[in-house]
Design a protein. Structure first.
Length: 132
């Protein structure tokens, strides 16, 4: 049976450097998908850049609702702006940063019901590369 989820149904996640609201996941009855609304604020002066993360066995599809930024993969920066979609392959280190003065708002789709179980966050690129 179909389910409708409103803004109040989203679960706020504690993730570094971004506000992430999980709308759909296994915890909400999904069998094979997760869907998140993510907002990344512009950096404050002197604030260090957030490190990358990796999803070991599944892709991530990111749709940019508003704002501008870059999704950085190991050594490559992919500029993104409203209306763009980026596909991150399984196992690829990545992080998204704001480049404009407005927050970056993203819809993130994952083809698994438990994103956290297959994701690892790193405080820096150096630490992520050492862990490979």
């Amino acid at each position: 049976m179909a389910k409708v989820f409103g803004p109040a149904d989203a679960k706020t996640l504690s993730l570094p450097g971004r506000l992430s609201r999980e709308i759909i996941s296994g915890g909400r009855g999904a069998e094979r998908v997760s869907f998140r609304l993510v907002e990344i604020a512009p950096p404050k002066p002197g604030e260090p850049r957030r490190g990358p993360h990796v999803h070991r066995d599944f892709e991530e599809c990111i749709y940019v609702l508003s704002g501008s930024g870059v999704t950085e993969t190991d050594g490559v920066e992919h500029p993104i702006t409203a209306g763009d979609t980026i596909l991150i392959p399984p196992g690829e280190l990545h992080v998204t940063h704001v480049t404009g003065s407005e927050p970056l708002r993203l819809l993130c789709f994952f083809p698994v019901s438990d994103v956290a179980g297959g994701t690892r966050e790193f405080p820096s690129w150096d630490e992520a590369r050492r862990a490979k």
